[in-house]
Write a protein that binds this ligand. Structure first.
Ligand code: IMP
Length: 505
């Protein structure tokens, strides 16, 4: 007879935290969000790889490329570069993150001289960059011909057909520096000449990097950035359970710091075989996470197979239709709570702590706090990051509002059928995800600052200065459907939803 769970499976929205005593010493600026990323002998050794904030970006083509990885590592988190691309392309992305020198930017908004003002504006919208170098071939390392900034065009006076070559600040008027210039020297030149940017060029006058006044400042302002021993950004990469024998060596060679098997359902022999292959060829030098699972048995299977961390969640993702198409899944809160218990039980038995990651279904910032309180060591988010300038997807206007495209890895658009691999030859597939729009939200930096402040504030309300302390002190309560209504604004007419108002004296 089938097994029945006694309790319904629940989502984050069905829980709230009841505050505890807040000592005067407990203020948001003192909260540490450091959290382990990979397995270790807790109490006997330091975790070999920790995150400085408990957030990683999803293994998705609409979310995690090299630009996202640099932006998130700067803030203390980590991206897993998506795996549904050729091995060469994925390794190149990893390599670009590892070679990225903070403050030295390989421009992703480079112009060619024959582009029009209209195209410049489009690129500015899409990338969020207002300073764009002009090169002979429009490539980031072409011969430098000039720079376009907002000061070079006046929209009220110029035609949108105007050519870049006719309004850019030309090369002869630019101050540039040689490619070998250090960041400190570049910054001195920027200040001395009151510049906003300084192109670095090689002996043939080809553009190598752009340096910006704000980047130098922000570098000093990012105490949480995730750097390796050689001061390069830390980056992860997604893999699958089919081509690992070729993909893993290329990613390791490119410098990936941690891998994760990307699958919608990870309680399988294929994941075990993938982990075993990595252990056989790299021992414990290569870190590899696995998943996704939603119960104790799934966690134990992967922990015993040697996974460095285990991802939790099936069917909760915003773009996910797995529950509708296959009837597989579990409420994200229930799954997180059960797997966290299994992790603690495994630790009690073995002395080995295997971090868990709640993946998918985070809608509001407070869901991150709930996931941490329920025992998640960190969370993975797709929709959240897809909304930012740094995500690889296109920014579009939908009904007069800026949106970003966001599609599931199981959608017909991604065609990442390997993520749903159940072995054998595949001739037929069906979708487990949708293609969608999400509201454009601006820069990652601005948004994540607010999100983290909310998490830190919630932790202080519960009297906690660290994530483990938060977990110990958290008091969680299930809310009734009526009190969910009470939790939002209610019984008032919202001004921003009330367009027509006439004044009465
Ligand atoms: P979100 O943060 O709620 O948008 O969820 C992101 C997570 O959804 C990812 O990290 C994946 O685990 C999962 N996911 C990505 N693409 C698909 C899909 O097409 N179908 C089902 N789940 C998906």
């Amino acid at each position: 007879m089938a097994f029945y769970y006694e309790e319904p499976s629940r989502t984050f929205n069905e829980y709230l935290l009841v505050p505890g005593h807040t000592p005067a010493s407990c203020i948001p600026t003192k909260v540490s969000l450091k959290t382990p990323l990979v397995r270790y002998r807790k109490g006997e050794e330091e975790c070999p790889l920790s995150l400085n904030i408990p957030m990683v970006s999803a293994i998705m083509a609409a979310v995690s490329d090299d630009r996202m990885a640099v932006a998130l590592a700067t803030e203390g988190g980590l991206s897993f570069i998506y795996g549904n691309q050729t091995i060469e392309d994925q390794a190149a992305m990893v390599s670009r993150v590892k070679q990225h020198k903070a403050g030295f930017v390989v421009s992703d908004a480079t112009l060619s001289p024959d582009m029009t003002l209209d195209q410049v504006l489009e690129l500015k919208e899409a990338t969020g960059h207002s300073t764009m170098p002009v090169t002979d071939d429009g490539e980031p390392h072409g011969k430098l011909l000039g720079v376009v900034t907002e000061r070079d065009y006046r929209l009220s006076r110029m035609s949108l057909d105007a050519k870049v070559v006719d309004f850019m600040t030309p090369r002869e008027k630019l101050i540039v520096a040689p490619a070998e210039t250090s960041l400190k020297e570049a910054n001195d030149i920027i200040w001395e000449h009151k510049l906003n940017s300084l192109p670095l060029v090689d002996a043939e006058d080809r553009l190598v990097y752009m340096t910006f006044r704000k980047d130098y400042d922000s570098h000093k302002d990012n105490p949480l950035e995730m750097l390796d021993a050689e001061k390069r950004y830390i980056v992860g990469a997604g893999i699958n359970s089919r081509d690992y024998a070729e993909r893993v060596p290329a990613l390791v060679e490119a410098g990936a710091d941690v891998l994760c098997i990307d699958s919608s359902e990870g309680f399988s022999d294929w994941q075990k075989m993938t982990i075993e292959w990595v252990r056989e060829h790299y021992g414990n030098d290569v870190k590899i996470g696995a998943g996704n699972v939603v119960d104790r048995e799934g966690f134990r299977f992967l922990a015993e197979a040697g996974a460095d961390f285990v991802k939790v969640g099936i069917g909760g993702g915003s773009i996910c239709i797995t529950r509708e198409t296959k009837g597989i899944g579990r409420g994200q809160a229930t799954a997180t709570i059960e797997v966290a218990k299994a992790r603690d039980e495994y630790f009690e038995e073995t002395g080995i702590y295997v971090p868990i990651c709640s993946d998918g279904g985070i809608v509001y910032d407070h869901h991150i706090s709930l996931a941490l309180a329920m025992g998640s060591d960190f969370v993975m988010l797709g929709r959240y990051f897809a909304r930012f300038d740094e995500s690889p997807s296109s920014k579009v206007v939908v009904n007069g509002t800026y949106m970003k495209e966001y599609w599931g890895e199981g959608s017909a658009r991604a065609r990442n059928w390997g993520r749903y691999d159940l072995g054998g030859k595949k001739s037929l597939s069906f979708e487990e995800g949708v293609d969608s729009y999400v509201p454009y939200a601006g820069s990652l930096k601005d948004n994540i600052a607010v999100t983290l402040l909310k998490i830190r504030s919630t932790m202080c309300n519960c009297g906690a200065l660290t994530i483990p302390e938060f977990r110990d002190k958290a008091k969680l309560t299930v809310v009734s459907s009526t009190s969910i209504v009470e939790g939002g604004a209610h019984d008032v007419l919202l001004k921003d939803k009330t367009p027509y108002v006439s004044k009465v004296r």
